[in-house]
Design a protein around this ligand. Structure first.
Ligand code: UD1
Ligand code: UDP
Length: 436
């Protein structure tokens, strides 16, 4: 089996690294394709060094640009590579333009796509990431989803449960493994003590940093929160906008704020694990915060990671200055709330997501379930029914008996993912069947 891994940005390199390690461990053939969306040393090469990854076999070198331009160039480059290399499976991760381009191109070439971190939804279509992940999920064959919630998002969009696998998130694999490595390494990048009350801050979401009012609000909140040492590794998109708005100098003048370049993964894990608070609009950092038991304030009005909020480790504070400052001090001044947030249970698994992803992919490949072929049967009558089950029977047994697919299970009013071993007694189920 030959797997093509497509990556384009910092978080994809980090979250695909454990999958690549697992592929190597099993001695499988793979090729690494970088779209070049992130290209600065500290946004790309540094992660190859930190995570000991081989150099990409191909780099499309797309660079920066408008969404249409960037996606089109990536599609063109990826198509050429995939036609030449003919992989058995293409893996994409997350919700960037690289994922959008990779998934469409592969699906149209009838190469099965495995989407790592599939099924996340913010339900906010103004976000480029929401469109990217939805399109990628339309094009995918295998869905490696982090949680049952993300599985249900796909179920409600009509995806077959037989293609959805709840694996946890590979960010936990990456975070736990590399923290141990990071702890053995000296701290080159921090010229200040990490023994104080540290708050790690990152922002880069288009809806925050491209909006001058929101960016100003966040900056003013950071200036006002002067009871902690703010460490702010700044994303290149954010540097540009802060400088354009004259806000960089304003932040730089504050003695409690350290503005630094983006740091490598090992250094960033040291920073996070020494932080008392995290303030961010990043997706991956919301996940890392709960993995490392650090209270997180998310500078957004929604999140495709609602599990972190439900678990109690993350609060959506939005982008209004007063709300950010008020919420921060509520946690800062109340040990009980702070400790409750620290105790939130990580919903993203035990660090074995990449192992599960490889098990599933190999299984599906060996049982020929990855093939994408035009059917040779006239379409039969399709029916979808809601049925109350009275017997002791599992999903797997029911499907075999009725030659049907159990799409959704309702346990009273709560929708559940139809795990094959779930007992259906006293549950309502939505069943899909093709009749002759
Ligand atoms: C992209 C992803 C976003 C992800 C983020 C991770 C999309 C639509 N967005 O956002 O989902 O959370 O990566 O960090 O795919 N730039 C540089 N050097 C670089 C890369 C970018 O200077 O190496 C600057 C350029 O001015 C560029 C801007 O940053 O125009 C934005 O980069 P881009 O890759 O378009 O989007 P991100 O904001 O990085
Ligand atoms: N990260 C890093 N150095 C930094 C900032 C972030 O290594 O200076 C890592 C962080 O640990 C996380 C990932 O980058 O794993 C998140 O990337 P980003 O916030 O850019 O993207 P998102 O997760 O929002 O897509």
């Amino acid at each position: 089996m030959k797997i093509a891994i497509i990556i384009g940005t910092r978080p994809e390199i980090i979250k695909m690294a454990p999958v690549i390690d697992e592929i190597q461990k099993r001695g499988l053939k793979y090729l690494l394709i970088h779209t070049g969306q992130h290209y600065d040393h500290e946004m790309s090469d540094q992660f190859f060094l930190d995570l000991e990854l081989k150099k990409p076999d191909y780099n499309i070198n797309v660079g920066s640009g408008t969404h249409g331009n960037q996606t089109a160039t990536m599609m063109k480059g990826l198509e050429e590579v995939l036609i030449q290399e003919k992989p058995d499976l293409v893996m994409v991760q997350g919700d960037t333009n690289a994922v959008l381009a990779g998934a469409i191109v592969a699906a149209k070439l009838h190469i099965p796509v495995g989407h790592v971190e599939a099924g996340l939804r913010s339900f906010d279509k103004s976000m480029p990431e929401e469109l990217n992940r939805m399109v990628a999920d339309v094009c995918s064959k295998l869905y490696y989803v982090p949680t049952e919630d993300s599985a249900l998002n796909l179920i409600f969009e009509g995806i077959s449960p037989h293609q959805i696998f709840i694996t946890g998130n590979t960010v936990v694999d990456a975070c736990l493994r590399n923290l141990k490595i990071a702890q053995k390494r000296s701290l080159k990048n921090f010229q200040f003590s990490l023994n104080k009350n540290i708050m790690a801050v990152t922002i880069h979401r288009a809806e925050n940093v491209d909006n001058p009012q929101r960016l100003r609000n966040i900056v003013e909140a950071l200036i006002e929160i002067d009871d902690v040492t703010v460490v702010f590794p700044i994303h290149p998109r954010t540097v540009k906008n802060l400088k354009n708005q004259g806000l960089y100098e304003k932040l730089d003048k504050c003695s409690h704020i350290h503005l630094i370049k983006p740091v490598g993964y090992l250094d960033f894990l040291i920073l996070l694990s020494n932080s008392k608070f995290i303030m961010t609009d990043s997706g991956g950092i919301q996940e890392e915060a709960i993995t490392l038991n650090i209270p997180c304030l998310t500078l957004r009005y929604n999140t495709e990671r609602p599990e972190t909020v439900v678990a109690g480790g993350n609060i959506l504070v939005g982008t209004r200055k007063d709300e950010i400052v008020k919420t921060f001090y509520k946690i800062f001044n109340d040990k009980k709330i702070f400790n409750q947030m620290k105790k939130a249970i990580n919903p993203y698994g035990d660090g074995r997501a990449s192992e599960k992803i490889l098990d599933i992919s190999l299984n599906m490949y060996k049982s020929s379930k990855l093939r994408i072929e035009a059917p040779e049967e006239i379409m039969l009558n399709f029916k979808r029914n809601l049925i109350k089950v009275n017997d002791e029977i599992t999903v797997f047994e029911y499907e075999k008996l009725e030659n049907a697919v159990v799409k959704i299970v309702y346990d009273w009013d709560k929708p559940r993912f139809p795990y094959p071993d779930l007992n259906l007694k006293n549950k309502q189920i939505v069943v899909e069947k093709f009749y002759k």
